[in-house]
Write a protein that binds this ligand. Structure first.
Ligand code: SAM
Length: 247
């Protein structure tokens, strides 16, 4: 999920509302990144999907263009082939992933809402990568449980991107750690949660920011001490924590 910002230094004081600040020093700096290295390089289909999404009432949920570029690069760097995405919305991160995978690469993509996925689907089809996507409508947890029960999916995923219900991230982690291969990567999105993770507890926050904040804090704490993974928390988008499985 992306965040929007204002042209001010990004320090959250007790008096500022959390939930509408860029994580960077200024909006101008963020614009610089977009204009210099992201938008000029954005594939046509991703641009089209981004523009379609911008007209949707829940567009705040979309993955930002800089994060899409990051995911695309990461997937190529680790030579991922078998991937999973939890939380698709209109499919911006999904398309970034699909474009990065080899022609026989796969993405198991899950979302409780098919309608939004179908909004972005024409752009995905135009890009010629729809054949890599296995979209499943419905909550992700039961699908993960089924895969674990089957047994044959243990340690099979090269890359997993989690960008859905934040109150379930720890439940996802408990399962995904067995599904990702040793050496594979799980990326948890929104781990800086609009900057709220570092705000004083009594700082004004939008209701949804406050509600999910405790879950994100709990996840961050758990990941920091999990001996099965190496981690790296990046201030890209709304914060993404990469977890590389080591055992
Ligand atoms: C932040 S959006 C995903 C953004 C997406 N990655 C993108 O690039 O635009 C979160 C998505 O998670 C989905 N979601 C919420 N709860 C879910 C669940 N239990 N299982 C699967 N998807 C869920 C929502 O329907 C929503 O589309």
């Amino acid at each position: 999920m992306a965040t929007t910002g204002e042209a001010q230094p990004n320090q959250v004081s007790r008096h500022q509302e959390v939930g509408h600040k860029s994580l960077l020093q200024s909006d101008a700096l963020y614009q610089y990144i977009l204009e210099t290295s992201v938008h000029p390089r954005e594939p046509e289909a991703m641009k089209e999907l981004r523009e379609v999404t911008a007209k949707h009432p829940w567009n705040l949920m979309t993955t930002s263009a800089d994060e899409g570029q990051f995911l695309n690069m990461l997937i190529k760097l680790i030579n991922a082939k078998n991937t999973m995405e939890i939380g698709v919305y209109t499919g911006y991160s999904l398309l970034a992933t699909a474009l990065a995978l080899p022609d026989d690469g796969k993405i198991l993509a899950m979302d409780i809402n098919r309608e939004n996925y179908e909004l972005g689907l024409p752009s995905i089809q135009k890009a010629g990568v729809a054949h890599k996507i296995d979209f499943r409508e419905g909550p992700a947890l039961p699908v993960l449980d089924q895969m674990l029960e089957d047994g044959k999916y243990h340690g099979t995923f090269d890359f997993i991107f989690v960008d859905a219900d934040k109150d379930n991230y720890l439940n996802y982690h408990k399962r995904l750690i067995d599904l990702v291969k040793v050496g594979g990567v799980i990326g948890y999105d929104n781990t800086l949660w609009n900057g709220s993770v570092a705000a004083p507890p009594d700082a004004p926050m939008r209701k949804y920011v406050r509600y999910y904040r405790d879950f994100v804090l709990e996840l961050n704490k758990a990941l920091a001490v999990d001996p099965r993974i190496e981690i790296c928390m990046l201030p890209v988008g709304d914060g993404i924590t990469l977890c590389r499985r080591i055992s």
